[in-house]
Ligand binder design. Sequence first.
Ligand code: UD1
Length: 345
Amino acid sequence: MKTERILVTGGTGYIGSHTVVELQQAGYRVVIIDDLSNSSADVIDGIERITGSRPDFVEGDCTDIDTLKRLFADYPDIKGIINFAASKAVGESMQRPILYYRNNLNTLLNLLDLMGPNGVKGIVFSSSCTVYGEPDVNPVTEKSPIKKATSPYGNTKQISEEIITDVINAGAPFKSVILRYFNPVGAHPSAEIGELPNGVPQNLVPYLTQTAMGIRKELSVFGNDYHTPDGSCIRDYINVVDLAKAHVIAVERMLTDKTEAPIEIFNLGTGHGVSVLELIDTFTKATGVEVPHKIVGRRAGDIEKVWADPTYANEVLGWKAETSLADTLRSAWDWQCRLRDRGIM
Ligand code: UD1
């Protein structure tokens, strides 16, 4: 067991919980803070079943600085932060922009404010390929232009990157690694943890697995008239465990002073674009389960195609997406089956 502790905000959420597993397996002590607004404390049991150790857990809201001050007082061994605590639904952010700006930006500001006085060496920030908007050229590298955000959610990611840059350029005594995720999907191979969206899923893979399970009647494919080989949109679907592993590497770099600059930015994707129709087909081939689906009109705000050039992460982090899309979709299905077996869904 290492002596350093990592604070994982939003650690009972989808990507957060998978990252806590990888951190503990790498020997880190972990404390999670989560307000459980979009996750359940049961996730901690799943993490314990996988790793054999239970992360510390504080139920609290990171937009409240006093809560965070108490947490740092209780855990003086925190040396790194991974910040997942954020609202993340694109559509909801159009309806409730204040909620999104408050949650996502106040959380980040509070953490940055408290890092220096508490001797924290670095923060990993969850950003998104949404900062590239509709790219002029694919695959996108970290140097591809940042486009005007099309939703308050996307704007919080852009503004957060700028805030981190300004704070570090002003001489803050810590570092940051900004990770731009493409489309995280799948679940832990143990099926102990996975994605559990509230209500009707907005994202493709949870909607697909719920449809395959019969919870939803039919998957709507949003558009088949895009300028892509089969007409449906193209994304870069990255396995959530592979993604989680990149966070451990990022933390390790900051804690051991291996970063090449005070702020590093990495694309985390596979480097392969996959269309919606190809993904459905891959799911059926991998699981043997048919997914009733129909083509409907385009979804407002969707990007036609975007996939990553992950070369920089491959070379500098020594990280690479390893899991095939078929295995990833099988893990998402195993998780959906586990939810059914437990009577959750
Ligand atoms: C969106 C956000 C991204 C955010 C991510 C996770 C944008 C442009 N993208 O990604 O920033 O990080 O959600 O919350 O804001 N699809 C269907 N039917 C469905 C659902 C989706 O055909 O029922 C299609 C979509 O049109 C898209 C693909 O599946 O082509 C992936 O959609 P989704 O999983 O929602 O992710 P993004 O929109 O790519």
